[in-house]
Design a protein around this ligand. Sequence first.
Ligand code: NBP
Length: 526
Amino acid sequence: MINRKEKEVQTVLEVVIAEPDPPEEADEEDNYKEYKMGEDKNFQRADIGLIGLAVMGENLALNIEKNGFCVAVYNRTTQKVDNFLQSRGINKNFIGTKTVEELCSVLAKPRKLIIMVKAGNPIDQFIDQVLPCLDEGDILIDGGNSHYLDTIRRTKYVNEKGILFVGTGISGGEEGALNGPSIMPGGNEDAWSVVKPVLQSIAAKVDGDVPCCEWVGNDGAGHYVKMVHNGIEYSDMQLICEAYQLLKSGLNLSPGEIHEIFKSWNSGPLNSYLIEITSEILDHTDEKTGEATIDLILDVAGQKGTGKWTGISGLELGVPIPQIVQAVFTRCLSALKSERVYASAVLSGSNQKISDQSDKFINKLHNALYASKICSYAQGFQLLKFAAEEFDWDLNYGDIALLWRGGCIIRAGFLKNIKEAFDSKSDLTNLLLDPYFAKIMIDTQDDLRYIAKQAIDCGIPLPSMTSALNYYDAYRCARLPANLLQAQRDYFGAHTYERIDKERGEFFHTNWTGQGGETASSSYNV
Ligand code: NBP
């Protein structure tokens, strides 16, 4: 009996290989001339083309091939094509090509091309290079980390030429690309039925055979969702680092002891890829020195910009995502290494030590980390909601949680509960208001407060966990001091305010000093 995966593979092969044998008719495109001249009867059209044989492209090509597809590969530096075909690609169903024209000539129609080149200008350059070789209905898939605004622009541009464009987030790094990444496609929906069998067959699977790949939405939606994934990833990583620092500097535990703690946490509600790799990292020994590798790594964090993009989007849309922004800034602060070393000798802190050295502290830290993580995901999903409205995307939040359940860097057990929360209430305003997560927050908030107090008393930085606590307290605060803020704005700039005893949308100005006029500034919102 044919299983689901085989059926999908068969379906796509029917779609892409059902193409007639290489054309003999006189009116066929020039693209096939070379082939016709060769008259190779064994010639096989490739199901899909892949451009960019760097880390991600190579592994993705191998993944697609092992799922039963013939892949034509191309790289700007053509030597890499030969290297690949003679090494990891040897004796496999690949067709190496040395020019963009050749690449397009060996693809079954409608042509499908996955671009895995450096994000930014290289994508635009390649699009302009390949467009003249494509026919109406062909599909370009950008699988790189492109900015969603670029993807919105490219979808329109490529569409105007009759070509379908898919901008897809792909997460999971090198290992995920090879064995099953999380795939977040958006763009031109007409392309989905054609590319779906390929993309779903190579994606990570959860619950047996459910692919972590579903259509996300129009134009830049896929890349936007990937961007928010990365923003949440920044936040998740920062939270874990804070827990590590409390265990290391607060409790004076060794890497081996902290490894054991993370290992045990990974079998509970914190179960996730990032907790798992943290535990493994802490168990690693440097071969040369025999010391724990973690203790030899310089404390300066790098970043490639997707966390920053998420922060910028939150600021532009006016969505509170303080933990994601905090995680970006904390990386920036880490980069000031020499300043920090100098400041450590100049500025004093606290002499207090963590008062509670027992397992109870570790359990409270576990709960504080879990509560903070929930706040961070609540912020990420709220950002998605605002973006959907702004860009007119019909996002399905339960599906997005599913996409992140496997293959990607933030994959975690509790995404199943997030999916359930949005599946049961698709218009859920904030994850914190879902009964399941509200109960966890109510049950764990005291532990988060306790941990925050301990860290503050001891002078151990805890930027993201304290940010989570402040987010939680501010979000559940029915009356914030923004009344005073509005009064201040009205005082110095006649910016007006709304009143609690009047309808929303009616604005008032007070002549606070008796010396100002009655004229109010025009109201505007950023
Ligand atoms: P890189 O981002 O390092 O890009 C290298 C590839 O881009 C090479 O194949 C290079 O060709 C090609 N390229 C460049 Br550079 N300029 C080009 C141009 N003008 N025209 C055609 N090709 C050009 O590769 P990567 O790390 O494999 O990442 C690929 C994409 O996937 C990126 O968008 C990245 O952000 C994204 N991504 C990466 C990861 C990861 O873990 N690395 C994870 C998720 C997503 P050459 O060989 O001739 O220089």
